[in-house]
Design a protein around this ligand. Structure first.
Ligand SMILES: *Cc1c(COP(=O)(O)O)cnc(C)c1O
Length: 502
């Protein structure tokens, strides 16, 4: 049903509810060989009077709908995705092969431990690998995302204090932090207390000192931090907090700058999350199943989420449900999102210690190359060198009235996804750029050239930049309205665009 609204072979697709016909189906089931059940009798008054008005489609109709939608989207498999703090690196396809092996893909989550020894061993080995990369004693694979990992780590910290008969509530968070940090505090009934980082972008012990007292449950610190700099005072900071009985939470989202080079556990961090979709090449699903393991030191082990995979003396693997009476409990159904664990483990084994170290080196080198080249034209608020990401801003464009948002939109016309914009909040008009190790130098050069061209346009034809993007099916949207009142139907290209296409 490619309608007139299609552009070339980029095809339109109606809503699922506008397609198909009553009785159409993509499945054919064999005749039932078990006795029929009267659903009405089971459900009683809860039974619907009318069938739910769901779409009924053939397989090609359903398949084409989603493939067409996917072609209107951008993906790491199409090009560079320089979103800072997100580590949008290429996901090797061997991960997908491993996750689809029938012995993994078809496991039933209720299968007893003796029947899933291979899967338990994979979880145990992934735990060992992640613990080694980060210098932690143990790792829980339960949480379903980085943010849930933060929540878990703070819940363990809270349980640790409670167990010692204390109830400190303050969690110190530098003003460069990701928004999930204070959110994780609030969900744990703790108070996020912001404190300023230095003008050079990192935390200094003397600036932190006034905030450290007996009421501090923890400090949450991201290293390297969200302005792309290594927190070189971390060990001193950790000692200060430990001295008052507090613990140190490490936001591990930027681990792609440390692997093989430094271990958060050695720098004084007690508990941290891994974002497997960032550092360990599992997909950045749009809200789909994810995995954000939490690594922790032995002092937090009694509070770990259950079940925990334990290796037994005879070499077999068991699930511990009962041996941790002080556990914070369950975070996810069953064992967490196992498919993500298979992908991450595949990546770990494929790379090995040397490969992970090399990835870190290339990620940092690529970011510094961008910073050096972009810094020739753009305002760069922090001195080089950076870690795996760098920041520029729109400061030098002030008199042109072109803003970071305009630059981000214009980049689309040049075939690049925008970097992270207006984050971190401490840099006005920030563009946080993370190239990752998987982009070759030629792509980085094209990206620099695109930004140079936009900079020139901003000075010569600011209106053109401010009206970007010019080449997309839809032009610049009112972002608030697009979020509050989304229009999901494919619409005709705007007349001006149709002309441009001709
Ligand atoms: C991505 C990110 C998070 C949140 O992780 P999710 O896996 O997206 O939930 C937290 N902190 C920082 C610094 C991040 O970049």
């Amino acid at each position: 049903m490619a309608g007139s609204a299609s552009r070339g072979l980029e095809l339109s697709t109606p809503l699922l509810f506008e397609q198909g016909a009553s009785g159409r189906s993509g499945a054919s089931l064999p005749a039932s060989d078990v006795p029929a059940v009267d659903v009405g009798a089971v459900l009683g008054a809860h039974r619907r009077e009318e069938p739910a008005p769901l779409p009924e489609l053939s397989e090609p109709e359903a398949f084409r709908h989603y493939v067409r939608l996917s072609q209107q989207n951008f993906a790491i498999d199409l090009g560079m995705y320089p979103l800072g703090s997100c580590t949008m690196k290429y996901n090797p396809k061997v991960n997908e092969w491993a996750a689809r092996l029938p012995g993994f893909a078809r496991l039933h989550p209720l299968a007893p431990a003796h029947a899933i020894q291979g899967a338990l061993e994979l979880m145990w080995r992934l735990e060992q690998g992640l613990a080694e990369v980060c210098g932690m004693d143990r790792v829980s694979l339960h949480p379903a995302a980085g943010a849930q990992g933060e929540y878990t780590g703070l819940a363990m910290i809270r349980a640790y204090h409670t167990d010692r008969g204390r109830a400190p509530r303050k969690v110190l968070i530098p003003d460069t932090a990701h928004g999930t940090n204070p959110a994780s505090c609030a969900l744990n009934g703790m108070d996020a207390v912001p404190f300023p980082a230095g003008d050079d972008g990192i935390v200094h012990p003397e600036q932190l000192a006034p905030f450290v007292d007996d009421e501090v449950a923890a400090i949450m610190i991201t290293n390297p931090n969200t302005v792309g700099l290594f927190e070189s005072n971390l060990k001193t900071i950790a000692d200060m907090v430990h001295e008052k009985g507090g613990l140190v939470y490490g936001d591990g989202a930027n681990l792609n700058a440390l692997m093989g080079k430094a271990r958060p556990g050695d720098l004084g961090i007690d508990v941290m999350q891994f974002n497997l979709h960032k550092t360990f090449t599992t997909p950045h699903g749009g809200g789909g199943p994810g995995c954000g393991p939490v690594g922790y030191k032995a002092l937090l082990d009694p509070f770990a989420p259950v079940p925990v995979v334990e290796k037994q003396e005879d070499g077999s693997f068991a699930l511990d449900y009962g041996q941790r009476p002080k556990t914070i409990g369950r975070l996810r159904s069953f064992h967490g999102n196992f498919g993500m664990m298979v992908r991450a483990y595949t990546y770990l084994r494929e790379m090995g210690a040397e490969g992970l170290t090399k990835a870190t080196e290339m990620a940092v080198l690529n970011a510094n190359y961008l910073l050096a080249r972009l810094g020739e034209r753009w305002h760069a608020p922090y001195a080089a060198p950076c870690m795996h990401e760098c920041i520029i801003s729109d400061k030098h464009l002030k008199e042109t009235h072109v803003t970071t948002m305009d630059v981000a939109k214009r980049l689309i016309d040049y075939g690049f996804h925008a970097p992270t914009v207006y984050f971190p909040l401490v840099v006005k008009g920030a563009m946080l750029i993370e190239p990752t190790e998987t982009e070759p130098m030629a792509t980085l050069d094209e990206f620099v050239d695109a930004l140079a061209a936009i900079d020139a346009e901003a000075h010569e034809d600011a209106e053109k930049v401010k009206a970007a993007p010019h080449t997309t099916r839809l032009r610049r949207l009112d972002e608030t309205r697009a979020a509050r009142k989304p229009v999901l139907r494919w619409t005709e290209p705007e007349p001006e665009q149709a002309e441009a296409a001709e």
